[in-house]
Design a protein around this ligand. Structure first.
Ligand code: SAM
Length: 287
């Protein structure tokens, strides 16, 4: 159950897509003053060294954030907030640290916002707690070694009725696919108006294909708007490494679709490795 360590994958193309969507969505919600509850059901270790340890073995960041970091495209306005988050944790020009979603969300917290983190891994929970303890905003952050799937509902609805939930499982267990669906079902019953961002790998396995159908059905049942964005960086028949991933967003902020219409072609160009590089963007209503 615990063979997955996000440190192997930190800063890869999937992190780039997911974190761009995350930052854009949070910043849009923060245009209003009301407090926001941010929930990360699968937090990981919080922050990762890209220059030693697991990241050096996998080198996945070379096909992700390292490419974007060196690209002039990072200077474009749509990438500014992502760049600022990265620079905050890398004060010199070198990109040595990749902030995971807990660090990115912590960076975005305003005084009135709160962040709730779930992480089950027996080693990563300790790393996450230590990492969060280094942050100035730690008093606004709660870290729990509990199952994010089952305990999400216990935090909903947030007192302010404003919230964004990131659900980012490793899909290490086949049962994760079903757990996403049942956890979201419980969550939407309590808090139908929250923004939910679900990350998923695009794989040939049936569970992966069925997940999208189930998310679609769930959104229809709850009559919620949705957005699906996928990015493929290469196309090889082998699935030895992840080549494509997506985000499904329930109640997306209205600026997210135009934002992705502008940024996905750039990501395809900068991160794409062969002619199989592609993106796909779909929404429940015309953009
Ligand atoms: N959200 C992180 C980011 O963007 O930086 C990456 C998270 S990683 C893909 C998934 C994490 O979920 C792993 O660290 C894994 O140990 C943890 N995990 C697996 N099952 C879990 C569960 N049921 N509840 C909470 N955490 C879980």
């Amino acid at each position: 159950m615990f063979s997955y360590r996000h440190a192997f994958h930190a800063g890869n193309h999937a992190d780039v897509l997911k974190h761009l969507v995350l930052i854009h969505s949070v910043q849009y919600l923060q245009e209003k003053d009301g407090a926001i509850m941010l929930i990360d059901t699968h937090a990981g270790a919080g922050s990762y060294s890209l220059r030693d340890g697991y990241a050096v073995i996998s080198q996945e960041c070379h096909g992700g954030i390292d490419r974007l970091w060196k690209s002039p495209e990072l200077d474009q306005p749509d990438f500014r907030a992502y760049r600022e988050a990265l620079s905050h944790f890398n004060p010199t020009d070198a990109l040595d640290i990749y902030p995971g979603s807990p660090f990115i969300l912590a960076h975005l917290l305003r005084p009135q916002d709160r962040l709730r983190l779930f992480e089950l891994h027996p080693s990563d929970i300790g790393v996450l707690q230590k990492n969060i303890a280094t942050l100035n905003k730690r008093s606004q952050i709660d870290v729990r070694q509990q199952d994010g799937f089952t305990l999400l509902k216990s935090l909903l609805p947030p007192p302010s009725r404003r919230g964004l939930i990131l659900m980012d499982p490793s899909y290490e267990l086949k049962s994760d696919y079903r757990a996403v669906e049942s956890s979201l079902n419980d969550a939407l019953e309590r808090f139908a108006t929250g923004t939910y961002l679900i990350w998923y790998p695009v794989l040939q396995r049936p569970e992966s294909k069925q997940l999208i159908k189930r998310l679609h059905t769930l959104c229809e049942e709850f009559q919620r708007p949705w957005l699906r964005a996928e990015l493929r960086i290469a196309h090889s028949v082998s699935e030895k490494r992840l080549q494509s991933s997506g985000v499904w967003v329930i109640n997306p902020v209205w600026t997210l679709a135009p934002f992705l219409e502008r940024t996905l072609p750039i990501l395809q160009r900068v991160l794409g490795e062969d002619t199989g590089a592609a993106f796909d963007l779909e929404t429940s209503s015309p953009t």
